[in-house]
Design a protein around this ligand. Sequence first.
Ligand code: PGA
Length: 250
Amino acid sequence: MRKKVIAGNWKMNMNLHQSQKLVSEILNGLGKDSKADVIVCPPFTSLSEVNSLLKSTKIKLGAQNMYYEESGAYTAEISVDMLKSVGCEYVILGHSERRVIFNESDELINKKVKAALVKELKPIFCIGELLEQRESGETMIVITGQIEKGLEGITSDQMKNIIIAYEPVWAIGTGKTATPQQANEVHLFIRELVAKKFSPAVAENLIIQYGGSVKPENSGELLSQKDIDGALVGGACLKADSFLSIIASA
Ligand code: PGA
């Protein structure tokens, strides 16, 4: 049985004070017997402080991006070591906002995935199709390409430290959610692809999160699907009560 993993992607929201408040509210509201694993991904400027607040709690810390080089003249970039030094265990890579707004290619994302894994930072590797790709029946082709290129050169052993987040781009921040059936169909496809590319055991243990307008009103049904193992939540993770309701529904 795979454990559900709920991650909150705060995106470019929350200054330091707001971050402290939000994480304190989440900690206060999270029951001791929460079944799901919880990850919060604040902006870089809040990581260190949020890490202090999360010490000796069950909530894990993640970053929203990183660069693959170890150090050097890469103005404004953040390395794996820097993230680990402020307590990050996870890093979101290949988010559609990075792909679309910042032109990140599959090749760049692959370098980041590899660099994270070498230093035992766990990627939440995001994939998903655009609306026009879904409408022209290309969803599975797009997903296959993103997995083939993004996970190129990754070993079966390393796959134990990767979470895949399926996020149809048309559902992100739009209020349109994939139906549980639409989402599960793609999740099953991803699992089968991973079984072929790596092994059935890797696929069986792989956490595949769904992301795209997940909210308390739809999370229970999405998370009850057989191949949906968690959620990557954007907008609804910015308020403690809605994030806590999503966690409780897992
Ligand atoms: P959303 O974002 O929940 O606001 O749609 C999800 C994401 O981008 O990870």
